[in-house]
Design a protein around this ligand. Structure first.
Ligand SMILES: [Zn+2]
Length: 366
């Protein structure tokens, strides 16, 4: 993999990830681009003790442009996009409408995101520092991640690894989240195949809860929770969807979504940057397979969310474990699963499909 870094007209960073055979001289961004006032704010919810990102400038962001106006396609004759080059393999750049950005620090009045909660805090807020990046999986506009070639998927994995390592070294970033929202049904605003990377300035609620569970489990048993979850699924096998040399994909015992797959490396690592080359290479093939399962299951485009759960940058190696969680928002070919009263209001999920049955159908969608 060859990384070439350049700067867009408004100062944002852009990284080309090219196959080893391509030599790149980055083309300049010729757009007369003004800086977006990307001032966002973290507000502290004292009831749940969670941070909420408030980013008013994002309301005006590009919403479902036609293919001819796609900002993620390469630039061409008479058409200047976010990617100045006329071709690329994989490209990563800072979001023009970021929810989090280190560019415009503001006034801090609340607790520090990772620090203890002070005795009285009712309206704490902090500048929304951190990072939001866009990852274009391919220059081709009309494909899905699952359609990528094996070598193209390897480049995407290499880009995730490289950006996780870089953002983990940023002092404002506490947790790196690589994810893909796929399909109009999940609210995707740009159709071009792409994912995103958030560098949060705090540990997210889900990860905080998972780490507390792992700590409690270790205190009770002396063992690692994530190792035991994976070992149990592999031994039982009724919910395993696929196994490769380095990875295991399964429907979790208490799946929240009708069709949900968790993908763990067989040997635990803290984050994508710490994958071995063998794990990363194998992951490219496995993730192409996993991302294609929902589409084959329902015999058509199926919106999904795929998110990489990683160990926060300042946590210990045993506190959390790298894994992918991916679910479709479909519960049947013609039905969507909505997060209604119990899920949205209380965070209590009702799943209409028995996880063992979901695993059987997802195995059959090989
Ligand atoms: Zn496009």
């Amino acid at each position: 993999m060859n990384r070439t870094t350049t700067t867009l007209a408004d100062g944002r960073e852009l990284h080309y990830y090219d196959g080893a055979s391509r030599v790149r001289r980055p083309a300049p961004d010729q757009r007369p681009l003004e800086q977006v006032g990307a001032r966002s704010e973290l507000r502290f919810d004292p009831v749940l003790e969670e941070w909420v990102i408030v980013a008013g400038h994002r309301q005006g962001r590009t919403h479902r442009p036609s293919a001819g106006d796609c900002p993620l396609c390469p630039s061409g004759e008479g058409r200047l996009t976010e990617v100045p080059a006329d071709d690329y393999d994989v490209v990563v750049f800072e979001n023009r409408f970021p929810a989090l950005s280190g560019r415009e620090p503001g006034l801090a009045t609340g607790p520090t995101p990772s620090g203890p909660v002070p005795p009285v805090v009712l309206d704490g807020s902090r500048p929304g520092v951190g990072r939001c990046e866009v990852v274009c999986f391919t220059p081709e506009h009309d494909v899905a991640f699952a359609d990528l070639s094996r070598s193209q998927a390897e480049l995407v994995v290499d880009a995730w690894r490289d950006r996780t390592e870089a953002l983990s070294a940023d002092p404002s970033v506490e947790q790196v989240f690589c994810f893909e929202n796929h399909g109009v049904d999940i609210g995707v605003t740009l159709e071009h195949p792409h994912g995103q990377i958030y560098g949060y300035p705090f540990v997210t609620p889900r990860t905080r809860q998972a780490m507390a569970s792992a700590e409690g489990y270790h205190q009770r048993t002396g063992r690692n929770l994530f190792d035991d979850v994976l070992a149990r699924e592999r031994a039982d096998a009724s919910r395993v969807v696929l196994e490769s040399a380095e990875w295991t994909a399964f429907v979790p015992h208490a799946a929240r979504w009708p069709f949900e797959i968790h993908l763990y490396p067989n040997h635990r690592v803290r984050d994508l940057a710490h994958l071995s080359d063998a794990q990363a290479k194998d992951l490219a093939g496995v993730s192409l397979d996993v991302m294609g399962r929902f589409e084959r299951l329902f015999d058509g485009p199926s919106a999904y969310v795929a998110g990489w759960h990683q160990t926060p940058t300042r946590a210990g190696d045993d506190d959390m474990a790298l894994h992918l969680e991916v679910f479709t928002v479909r519960r049947a070919a013609d039905k969507l699963k909505y997060l209604a009263g119990s899920e949205s209001g209380m965070g209590a999920f009702t799943n209409d499909v028995v996880p063992e049955e979901a695993a059987r159908r997802l195995r059959a969608a090989a």
